[in-house]
Design a protein around this ligand. Structure first.
Ligand code: ADP
Ligand code: MG
Length: 238
């Protein structure tokens, strides 16, 4: 059981309150997409869930555990970033296994999980290459592979495809959808690409100025946006 519950969550940087009382429940296995203008708090919210940013107020639950004070590595959460953040001096195989090695998993177990993830993401032939020898799409697949091997309950994606060209984005979008279908774990995904949001999401959360403006299925938001602001982000005519 690893749904999420955000209860009156808030975050201040100094005097600036950038997340302002967010309430949201995400079901186990649900694919939820956050959209909203630059600076509205999407990344901050993901970083609060992952434990990279501490929580100023409210409560964060993952499954039945309150996570406010739990360190990032113990939350069962993996995050994939826009800038793949691969280690340049490590091979694909070593990059994918790095986190498990730090956690002192047995080498045989690391090898098994890396092979498994490589199969899922069709990285098998690339395992001994270095990041500089990969295309953008391949690098992003390695970054996703690195998240998969930890067997997280929850995946967080922060604009994972925005550095890719349009064609590759379409391809990777399909891969992420297939991954969700296969793993069936909870995914929270930030994008500013409306088509990505519409095709991937079970539900879309529209954020504005650190608050939730509207939550609903793509169809609900498309056909019944609460206001013009929401309509703009879902791409329906104003
Ligand atoms: P988004 O991902 O939606 O573009 P962010 O979550 O990155 O937005 O930022 C939300 C707000 O918080 C912005 O006003 C940003 O300037 C501010 N912010 C983010 N990180 C910090 C930080 N470490 N220190 C101060 N302000 C920050
Ligand atoms: Mg951001």
């Amino acid at each position: 059981m690893s749904g999420l519950k955000l209860s009156n969550l808030s975050k201040c940087f100094g005097k600036a309150e950038v997340i302002r009382g967010v309430d949201l429940e995400i079901e186990d296995g649900e694919f939820v997409v956050f959209v909203g203008p630059s600076g509205c708090g999407k990344s901050t919210l993901l970083r609060m869930i992952s434990g990279l940013e501490d929580i100023t107020g409210g409560d964060l639950w993952i499954g039945d555990r309150r996570m406010n004070e739990v360190q990032a590595a113990r939350r069962g959460v993996a995050m994939v970033f826009q800038s793949y953040a691969l280690y340049p001096h490590l091979t694909v195989k070593q990059n994918m296994g790095f986190g498990l090695k730090v956690r002192k998993e047995k080498p045989a177990e690391i090898a098994r999980r890396v092979e498994d993830a490589a199969r899922t993401l069709q990285l098998g032939s690339l395992l001994d290459r270095y990041p500089r020898e990969l295309s953008g799409g391949q690098r992003q697949r390695v970054a996703i592979g690195r998240a998969i091997v930890g067997h997280p309950d929850v995946f967080l994606f922060d604009e994972p495809l925005s550095n890719l060209d349009a064609e590759l984005r379409v391809h990777m979008r399909a891969e992420i959808a297939a991954l969700h279908k296969r793993l069936r774990n909870t995914m929270v995904y930030v994008t500013h690409d409306q088509i990505e949001a519409m095709t991937l999401a079970d539900r879309i959360v529209v954020l504005r100025d650190g608050r939730i403006e509207q939550v609903g299925s793509p169809r609900q938001l498309y056909s019944r946006p609460d206001n013009i602001f929401v309509a703009q982000f879902i791409g329906s005519p104003k």
